[in-house]
Design a protein around this ligand. Structure first.
Ligand code: NAI
Length: 340
């Protein structure tokens, strides 16, 4: 029988009649990476997480040993990079976060990562479809616009696809949108809430300033703001100068989204996060996945909100977004068809 290479902390009692609500196992695939490490640390600090399973093709047990010394109650396990290690990491997970894959270097778009990351996500999705078909799957690996459809196709092929449980994590766009607006307006970002819809790359990222405190931004200030939200990731890629893309802010965003899902699954009502999901909003235009405000619940997606009232200019941004998004989604679907 397979045992994790190292289990740290106290074992959970078996046969304990606590519902899944009280026992939340969270798996991170790609846990030793730039995002994976701080994300795992933040999850260790989350009292809703009772068991943390850390998997990577290298370094998972080391990161687990390190994080396990943090004095919160949850157990931490690191797994060897073997099929059985991956299976054990996934088994029984309520949430599976996937930040595995390569990040961008200067000059690259997220789509340039497709060739490498598509097969990584496909293979991890296959393992998840088998070992944790009922988990909420949170895709961080880029290009999210394509890796989410890849995961959906893999789950469909395995006969276990549940559109309510698959999420592309676009929280960082929302975090940036509020932070950047606070910088323009010299306000506290905690009070700035800008809905961001569409997808997660360049022009597919559409901040809806008209639905926020930034409704009065105009002219060049407005243009610069929208561009900064759409291409904010490039600032980090450039500043890191070849050493990767956003990791720390992404970890915070990923941990926030995970907390929202756990909160909702534990019965808290009215938890709303923008996220990239299988969405009815633009299916009539051939776009099967779209990010908008989503109410989360015990079954994952509870309600998908439409984009609401937008300005003429925002509508143009959405139209531009849909053109690219459709291609990105199709690319993911085709990849799985051609490389099952
Ligand atoms: P990184 O290179 O620092 O870490 C990636 C980790 O994945 C490495 O530890 C690597 O060993 C691991 N890995 C590779 N193949 C694996 C596999 N088959 N199974 C398990 N682990 C595997 O990269 P970083 O900076 O952590 O970025 C990860 C991904 O997240 C990239 O694709 C990046 O583009 C994306 N990203 C997404 C954002 C979002 O808003 N959704 C924001 C920033 C980055």
């Amino acid at each position: 029988m397979f045992a994790p290479r190292q289990v740290f902390g106290t074992f959970q009692r078996r046969g304990f009649s606590a519902s899944a609500r009280q026992a939340s196992k969270v798996a991170v695939l790609g846990a030793a990476g730039g995002i994976g490490q701080p994300l795992s640390l933040l999850l260790k600090l989350n009292p809703r997480v009772t068991q943390l399973a850390l998997y990577d093709i290298r370094g998972g047990p080391g990161v687990a040993a390190d994080i396990s010394h943090v004095n919160t109650k949850s157990t931490v396990s690191g797994y060897d990079p073997t099929p059985s290690g991956l299976r054990e990491a996934l088994k029984g997970s309520e949430l599976v976060l996937i930040p595995a894959g390569v990040p961008r270097k200067p000059g690259m778009t997220r789509d340039d990562l497709f060739n490498t990351n598509a097969s990584i996500v496909r293979d991890l999705a296959k393992a998840a479809a088998e070992a944790s078909p009922d988990a909420n799957i949170l895709i961080i690996s880029n290009p999210v616009n394509s890796t989410v459809p890849i995961t959906a196709e893999v789950f469909k092929a395995a006969g276990v696809y549940n559109p309510r449980r698959l999420f592309g994590v676009t929280t960082l766009d929302v975090v940036r949108a509020s932070r950047f607006l606070s910088q323009v307006k010299n306000t506290d970002p905690a009070n700035e809430n800008v809905p961001v819809v569409g997808g997660h790359s360049g022009v597919t990222i559409v901040p809806l300033l008209s639905q926020s405190n930034g409704a009065d931004l105009s002219g060049q200030t407005y243009e610069d703001y929208v561009k900064r939200v759409q291409f904010g990731g490039d600032e980090v890629v450039k500043a890191k100068d070849g050493a990767g893309s956003a990791t720390l802010s992404m970890a915070m965003a990923g941990a926030r989204f995970a907390e929202s899902l756990l909160k909702a699954s534990q019965g808290v009502k009215g938890v709303i996060e923008p996220t990239f999901v299988d969405s009815p909003l633009y299916k009539d235009q051939g776009v099967d996945y779209f990010a908008s405000n989503v109410e989360l619940g015990p079954n994952g997606v509870e309600k998908i909100y439409p984009v609401g009232k937008v300005t003429e200019h925002e509508q143009k941004l959405i139209d531009t977004c849909l053109v690219d998004l459709k291609k990105n989604i199709q690319k993911g679907v085709d990849f799985v068809k051609q490389n099952p």
